[in-house]
Design a binder for this molecule. Sequence first.
Ligand code: 13P
Ligand code: SF4
Length: 336
Amino acid sequence: MSSIPKSSPAPGSDDGAFAARAALVERLARVVPRPEIEIALPQLERIAALKAAHGAVIVAHNYQIPLITAGIADFVGDSLTMARYAARSPAPVIVVCGVHFMAESVKLLCPQKTVLLPDFGAGCSLAASVSPEDIRGLRQRHPDSPVVAYVNTSAAVKAEADICCTSANAVAVARSLGRPHLIMVPDRHLADYVARMTGLEVTTSGGQCEVHVKYAGTDIEAYRRQTGAVVLAHPECPRDVQERADFVGSTGAMDDYIETRRPRRVLLLTECSMADNVMLRHPRIEFLKPCNLCGFMKAINLDNVERVLTRPGATIEIDPAIAARARRPIERMLAL
Ligand code: 13P
Ligand code: SF4
């Protein structure tokens, strides 16, 4: 599973503080310029103190910057593992360093907790591409077909679905339904991947991730020829990229691949911070760095994390009627 171990203990005033601070700086220095780390250190300490004061934990997605993932997060992973970690944690306050649908997933799995998102503008082009009305329209056209909602959807869309999936389990979820045709929203490339892997007919609402569609199969050929790198692609990438990649999988699956196979040189076709975060744990692996940034993910930064812990402001809330319906497809997926 994609996760970076808990961040090094925050530097404080105890005996181990100096060593902890030095270890954190050395680790971060693999991917962050030292002056940037030195400037950030006092803020990392303030955030650690605020977390302790509020009994908060920070869950961060693999696409967050290393100063967040290694500097302040208690858990780093994909959207589903973030929500599962939050639900298992005894902490009453969860700060989500990720995008809005991820914070909603956390709230759905732990409704009694206070869920904070440092910037409510942190959206997702996929989640924004489909509405509950779209699902109802698709159901009318295909009344016998189950609806699979990718986790990259709003709670209101999940409430209309039969089951959820992540990019890690989409193929298994599709097979589990035992039907020849299914509706899978919203990502057309993930749906195409599932159709090819299962031989099932898959109808989609046709959304796409604005980050992963920027990759093209032709780019891969040039890189592979010149570098011999192993190419790992996210299933949100277009088909010509997937077909040329050595491995297609979620951020968690890419992480597992690197952990177990330890390739010498890797090209990760996903959001930029993923490579930095994996590199923190695998300093001997060379990561090639062409990448595309997700502006939504990058809306989260140390300043707004500190702000949300200082003045919590708006919390993530979901209409209880929608939450009850949205929880069902998530639980069905988790039960598989
Ligand atoms: P993962 O579930 O693979 O972490 O992906 C989430 C996401 O937003 C990909 O763009
Ligand atoms: Fe959404 Fe794509 Fe950003 Fe992931 S990378 S949060 S799918 S826009």
